[in-house]
Design a protein around this ligand. Structure first.
Ligand code: PHE
Length: 342
């Protein structure tokens, strides 16, 4: 059989292929030991050396081409068995999409938190992440000699202090934003401040760098029921109806009364596990804004009252049922195998 006939037959045969088995038979027929190509090669033995060379080269090139087409089709058939062989051969299938990434879970959590507070009138604002000690402490009713400062395990910036505002710090909480917001002079206030914070501690429950979200409402007649209602609304929307919060009396210098807000653990749902130990995990602090803080923000505490709360974004996200994150440090390890799950 002449080479051009072999090739045109090959093309016709190829169109009929619809399975890997049929393709294997074609391989035998065209390029195997007793194939049409093998026969064609045998036939040229009778020709002169010159002709043998020329034709032999052509046949071998054709053989190579046939093999390649068969391999190509094989790859297509094993990848997408249901597609027609002809379609794969002529490459009209759309290509594989490149893998697209997604937002980091911390960014996803921030977006979700912002969306939940929006309908209540809380607007996201930003305040300095490197700030004066004054806003992180003094303005919040924590003088420099007060022992409560130790709780904030603060990183100080190695720079000259300001006479009025003291040293510079990596903000150990977002509460520094409270007085900044009040000093803008626009009342009433419904703010949601979300920023990066830093503290000198790291373990299964703490990161040296983390995010907090700070709610602050200041208006005439704000009372504790508004705080409780806002926290319950958030918990219901973020964690789902099966989760409970509890308020524990606490002491913050910048709120009075003050609370720690707990939620039942999302891993064990309150039974107690490696992560939470006794069934409850602390989300953060809350309370009614202390009159001294309102004064520091140039607001008259006899006319206005307010509530505030501050939670860790990462910790809050981990408390969601179903996330099953048992060590907060996973969030910053940037292991794609971990991150791609969310
Ligand atoms: N800033 C406090 C903390 O980081 C939390 C808090 C915010 C408490 C607002 C009361 C009011 O622990």
């Amino acid at each position: 059989m002449e080479l051009k006939d072999i090739l045109s037959q090959f093309k016709d045969d190829l169109k009929k292929i619809d399975s890997l088995d049929a393709l294997e038979l074609m391989r035998f027929k065209y390029v195997g030991k007793k194939s049409l190509i093998a026969e064609a090669l045998e036939e040229i033995a009778k020709l002169s050396i010159e002709e043998k060379k020329a034709l032999g080269k052509k046949i071998n090139e054709a053989k190579q081409e046939i093999k390649e087409k068969i391999n190509e089709l094989q790859a297509g058939l094993s990848g997408a068995k249901s597609e027609s062989a002809q379609d794969l051969f002529y490459k009209t299938l759309p290509g594989k999409k490149p893998a697209a990434g997604h937002l980091h879970i911390i960014s996803q959590a921030i977006e979700e938190i912002v969306d939940i507070f929006k309908p209540l009138g809380f607007t996201r604002v930003r305040h300095p992440e490197i700030d004066w000690e004054h806003f992180a402490f003094e303005a919040l009713n924590i003088p420099s000699t007060h022992p409560a400062r130790d709780e904030w395990e603060t990183f100080f910036i190695d720079a000259l202090p300001d006479k009025k505002y003291g040293r510079q710090v990596i903000t150990p909480h977002t509460s520094n934003g409270q007085v900044h917001e009040m000093l803008r002079g626009q009342l009433p206030i419904r703010m949601l401040g979300i920023s990066r914070c830093g503290r000198r501690q790291e373990d299964i429950n703490h990161l040296q760098t983390f995010f907090q979200f700070e709610g602050l409402a200041v208006d005439k007649g704000i009372n504790i029921t508004h705080l409780k209602g806002t926290l319950d609304y958030f918990a219901k929307n973020f964690f789902g109806p099966g989760r409970e919060t509890r308020l524990r009396p606490y002491d913050f210098r910048f709120t009075e009364p003050s609370f720690e807000v707990d939620i039942n653990c999302g891993l064990c749902l309150g039974k107690g596990c490696k992560f939470c130990k006794e069934g409850w995990v602390e989300l953060g602090g809350a309370g009614m804004v202390h009159p001294n803080v309102l004064r520091a923000g140039k607001i008259d505490p006899n006319i206005y009252t307010g509530f505030a709360f501050g939670f860790g974004v990462e910790r809050t996200y981990m408390m969601k049922s179903g996330t099953k994150i048992d060590d907060i440090r996973h969030l910053l390890n940037n292991d794609l195998r971990f991150l791609e799950q969310f």
